[in-house]
Design a binder for this molecule. Structure first.
Ligand SMILES: [Zn+2]
Length: 89
């Protein structure tokens, strides 16, 4: 009996809400949950990214944007990749 009641309630609510936009609401809820989970994952990844981004390693060497010296390791400074000698530590 309890099951019959809750099933009817669910169906009634679903029918009414299809016009009212329950679908949109539930879809939004799912998206929100997914996004917050993704945000948590991205947040922990963001903590690692900056250190990686400021440092570039090229096995074959790459030219420093400041002096043109070809080096394996360059660092980001003012938006450009420079060698260790040009990097302001
Ligand atoms: Zn340089």
């Amino acid at each position: 009996m309890a099951e019959d009641t809750s099933l009817e309630d669910f169906l009634d609510g679903g029918d009414k809400s299809e016009d009212g936009g329950e679908n949109g609401t539930s879809a939004r809820d799912e998206t929100t949950e997914t996004e917050s989970e993704a945000s948590d994952a991205e947040a922990s990844t963001d903590g690692v990214d900056p250190a990686v981004t400021t440092y570039a390693w090229s096995p074959d060497g790459a030219a420093c944007a400041e002096c043109g010296e070809v080096v394996e390791r360059r660092w980001t400074q003012d938006g450009i990749l420079v060698c260790g000698a040009c990097k302001s530590w």
